[in-house]
Write a protein that binds this ligand. Structure first.
Ligand SMILES: *[C@@H]1O[C@H](CO)[C@@H](O)[C@H](O)[C@H]1NC(C)=O
Ligand SMILES: *[C@@H]1O[C@H](CO)[C@@H](O)[C@H](O)[C@H]1NC(C)=O
Ligand SMILES: *[C@@H]1O[C@H](CO)[C@@H](O)[C@H](O)[C@H]1NC(C)=O
Ligand SMILES: *[C@@H]1O[C@H](CO)[C@@H](O)[C@H](O)[C@H]1NC(C)=O
Ligand SMILES: *[C@@H]1O[C@H](CO)[C@@H](O)[C@H](O)[C@H]1NC(C)=O
Ligand SMILES: *[C@@H]1O[C@H](CO)[C@@H](O)[C@H](O)[C@H]1NC(C)=O
Ligand SMILES: *[C@@H]1O[C@H](CO)[C@@H](O)[C@H](O)[C@H]1NC(C)=O
Ligand SMILES: *[C@@H]1O[C@H](CO)[C@@H](O)[C@H](O)[C@H]1NC(C)=O
Ligand SMILES: *[C@@H]1O[C@H](CO)[C@@H](O)[C@H](O)[C@H]1NC(C)=O
Ligand SMILES: *[C@@H]1O[C@H](CO)[C@@H](O)[C@H](O)[C@H]1NC(C)=O
Ligand SMILES: *[C@@H]1O[C@H](CO)[C@@H](O)[C@H](O)[C@H]1NC(C)=O
Ligand SMILES: *[C@@H]1O[C@H](CO)[C@@H](O)[C@H](O)[C@H]1NC(C)=O
Length: 695
């Protein structure tokens, strides 16, 4: 209420001017004391930060309290980083001399009390990283001295009040990471002192108000991760003070203005990834020589003719998932200009229809390179040997191109590699034993190539490997037991569709955390090792199309997490174990084309014809009525030969092939401001399809 403001204002003047200082403070600091005690009473303060807030300590010495020198009134409340919970009492509105409130990094919840708007002298309000909910107080505009308003990382809802536009002193406005909705108010454009405006990661929609282009002091603008659509008003690309411009993960469209490289001369970080931008990338960006990070990925940009050689500070350039290439021609020639960028670390060129060969001068890129993503293009020729000069590479993705030739022996020099994706090419030759030198390797995908020879046992030195996929090659020999000694192998081990043979090593039981194992489509023989029962994390186990014989070992009853089990097309025999009924996550079981016999269980997975395939086993009986099998002979007539039966259970086609596997490494490596959406990184993304089509 304006009247109360006037009143307190008036009282203050009265007291300050006409009373003796001591009586004034006695009168007024009592209000502050009562207010703070009321505030404390709503705190959950397990570490006792406010234990000094008691009658034996003078108010101005209480923890987190600062008083003005003259009036002995509370001017600052600073309780950041104190693990305090509870809500904020409306008594806060009685601390009428407060200029600054900082409650950052605590566990406050509940509303921001409206009484906060009584603090007409408030300059800083910082509530970052709490759980405040409700709406932004809409009469906050009474706090006309507010310079900094920071509610980043809370649970605030509703719209940004139009009245924010009245706080003409505002320099910093952080609304990011809340649940705010509605449009950005056009009145924000009135805040001529505004330097930082951050509304990232909310649910804002509508368009960017044209008026934002009026903010001539703005140096940080983050509107990312909302649902904002339409064209970016051209004046925004004309705010020459801008240093950081973030618009990623919205639905913005249109093309970039031709002169952007001149109109934003101070720009260091430019991120507009995951929108609907179109058009040619403006040549003028060649002149934005302060640029450090450029992220334009996941748009519809076509054509690039930027000369990067003047961008001496460039460390990240992500052009992935656009239409920059022409499929034919030497699309990658523009990369020569990157050789001069001595700070380059991350380069994303993936999924762009780039054609041509991979130039050997890539090896002359800065030694600082840590991530190179070129997958999903139409690049042919061989992997340039020079690439092994980039010894700081942590991730290298050349997957899903048309690369031929061999994997360079020197690849073992890239000692910092954590991710190596070469799958989906036409690479020949053998797997270099030197890969075993890459002891930090976490993900190694060489699947879907023409690799021959045996699997080098040196891979067993890669003791950080979590994903190993060698499927769909022409690899021969055995599966080296050293590989089964990699205890970190917890996500995927896929050697399916090769020419591997011999008995399966019993060391398999070491892989206690492995989720998906694919060895189908090989020539493995002998019995299924009973140690497989120790792989208790397995969710997917594909062993079909081999020559395993014997019966299903009883130990498999320990696979309590198993969802998909395919043992089809082997020489397995004996009874179908009854325990399979009890594996409660099992949704797909394929035992077809073996020599199983006897009674089919009827519970669990066996109670649902869609998830199970038993065709091509001549001597089964019983089961669901729909299976149309002969009923089992009574026990007395044991082992009577059932006649040759044809089952009418549909065979579920399995294809055991690699699904599209997008390149994720850059997403894991890039900074928070470039928070890339991981494409639902699950095990079924990139592994074995089989019955999973449509899953
Ligand atoms: C703001 O509004 C709330 C209720 O909506 C009221 O209690 C408070 O006094 C108002 N503040 C000012 C300064 O008008
Ligand atoms: C008041 O706070 C002081 C300082 O934290 C402490 O030493 C004292 O024990 C407290 N007194 C009471 C009565 O809690
Ligand atoms: C209020 O101010 C007076 C005068 O400075 C001081 O003596 C008294 O201790 C203060 N009261 C509190 C609770 O700090
Ligand atoms: C508060 O905590 C944050 C995050 O834990 C930390 O970055 C910051 O330095 C801390 N600030 C102070 C003043 O202790
Ligand atoms: C302080 O604020 C509370 C709640 O907003 C109110 O009830 C009280 O009357 C106010 N005045 C004093 C002097 O405590
Ligand atoms: C948020 O606050 C919590 C304590 O409540 C702290 O542990 C965490 O580090 C803070 N987060 C950030 C990003 O500062
Ligand atoms: C504030 O912004 C609104 C909307 O852009 C506009 O209508 C109004 O005239 C502006 N007020 C001032 C004082 O500039
Ligand atoms: C985004 O906005 C459109 C309308 O512009 C709406 O249909 C859609 O549901 C919104 N999406 C989200 C996730 O809010
Ligand atoms: C951008 O700024 C220049 C110079 O200040 C001006 O001439 C031009 O009209 C502005 N363009 C837009 C779209 O605001
Ligand atoms: C963005 O582009 C996609 C694909 O062309 C289209 O489906 C979608 O409707 C577009 N969204 C907007 C907001 O323009
Ligand atoms: C790299 O691997 C090869 C083949 O396993 C080995 O001969 C060589 O000694 C290794 N080099 C280093 C530096 O570890
Ligand atoms: C059978 O399994 C399929 C696929 O797992 C599932 O969609 C369906 O609901 C199940 N039917 C019954 C009756 O359990």
């Amino acid at each position: 209420m304006p009247s109360s403001i006037l009143l307190s204002c008036f009282c203050f003047l009265l007291i300050y001017t006409f009373s003796t200082p001591s009586s004034a403070t006695i009168l007024s600091n009592e209000t502050d004391r009562l207010a703070l005690l009321a505030i404390k009473s709503r705190f959950h303060d397990p570490s006792g930060v406010t234990s000094s807030w008691n009658n034996s300590v003078p108010l101005c010495l209480w923890t987190g309290i600062t008083c003005g020198r003259r009036q002995q009134r509370v001017t600052k409340l600073d309780l950041r980083n104190q693990s305090i919970g509870g809500d904020l009492s409306p008594f806060i509105g009685n601390l009428s001399f407060l200029r600054s409130i900082n409650l950052e990094n605590n566990n406050f919840h509940g509303d921001i009390p409206n009484e906060i708007t009584l603090l007409f002298g408030l300059e800083t309000l910082t509530l970052t990283n709490n759980s405040f909910s409700g709406t932004i107080p809409n009469n906050l505009s009474h706090c006309s001295k507010l310079i900094e308003f920071n509610v980043l990382q809370n649970n605030l809802q509703g719209e940004i009040p139009e009245e924010m536009g009245n706080l003409l002193k505002l320099e910093t406005l952080y609304f990011g990471e809340n649940q705010l909705t509605g449009q950005l108010p056009a009145s924000i454009g009135n805040l001529s002192a505004l330097q930082v405006f951050d509304v990232r990661a909310n649910g804002l929609s509508g368009t960017i108000p044209y008026s934002l282009g009026q903010l001539r002091s703005l140096y940080y603008l983050h509107l990312g991760e909302n649902n904002i659509s339409g064209m970016v008003p051209l004046p925004i690309f004309n705010i020459s003070s801008l240093v950081y411009l973030f618009l990623p993960f919205n639905r913005l469209s249109g093309s970039l203005p031709r002169n952007i490289g001149y109109s934003l001369p101070k720009l260091k970080v430019f991120s507009i990834s995951s929108n609907n931008f179109t058009g040619h990338l403006p040549y003028s960006l060649s002149n934005a020589s302060n640029l450090e990070k450029i992220s334009l990925s996941e748009n519809y940009f076509s054509g690039i003719s930027i000369d990067f050689s003047s961008l001496k500070s460039l460390s990240l350039l992500d052009l992935g998932q656009n239409n920059l290439g022409t499929i034919t021609g030497n699309d990658l020639n523009f990369l020569t200009s990157l050789i001069n960028c001595s700070k380059l670390e991350v380069l994303g060129l993936n999924d762009n229809q780039f054609g041509g060969v991979l130039p050997n001068f890539i090896g002359n890129f800065s030694i600082t390179m840590s991530s190179l993503a070129i997958g999903g293009n139409q690049i042919y020729g061989s992997i340039p040997p020079g690439i092994v000069n980039l010894v700081n590479l942590a991730s290298l993705g050349l997957e899903q191109n048309q690369l031929s030739g061999t994997i360079p022996q020197g690849i073992g020099k890239l000692k910092k590699l954590q991710i190596l994706y070469l799958y989906g090419n036409s690479l020949r030759g053998s797997i270099p034993a030197s890969l075993g030198n890459l002891t930090l390797l976490n993900k190694l995908w060489l699947s879907s190539n023409n690799l021959k020879g045996s699997i080098p046992s040196s891979l067993g030195n890669c003791q950080n490997l979590m994903e190993l996929s060698l499927s769909k090659n022409k690899l021969t020999g055995i599966l080296p037991q050293q590989i089964l000694g990699i205890s970190t192998l917890s996500l995927v081990l896929d050697v399916s569709d090769n020419l591997l043979g011999g008995p399966f090593p019993s060391q398999l039981g070491n892989l206690k955390t492995l989720i998906a194992l694919g060895i189908s489509g090989n020539r493995f023989s002998g019995e299924i090792p009973s140690t497989l029962g120790s792989c208790t994390s397995l969710e997917i186990l594909y062993m079909h199309d081999n020559s395993f014989n014997g019966s299903i070992p009883p130990s498999l009853s320990s696979l309590r997490s198993i969802e998909k089990l395919d043992l089809s097309s082997n020489n397995l025999s004996g009874q179908i174990p009854k325990y399979l009924e009890t594996l409660s996550f099992l949704i797909y079981l394929n035992l077809s084309f073996n020599h199983f016999e006897g009674e089919i269980p009827t519970k669990g997975i066996f109670n649902n014809k869609t998830g199970i395939s038993l065709a091509g086993n001549e001597r089964l009986c019983g089961g669901l009525v729909e299976m149309h099998l002969p009923s089992c002979p009574t026990k007395r007539l044991k082992k009577s030969k059932t006649p040759h039966l044809k089952l009418i259970i549909p065979v579920i086609v399995s294809c055991a092939s690699i699904l599209h596997h997008h390149f994720h490494s850059k997403k894991e490596i890039c900074t928070k401001h470039f928070k890339f959406v991981a494409h639902g990184r699950t095990i079924s993304n990139g592994f074995l399809c089989g019955a999973e089509q449509g899953y």
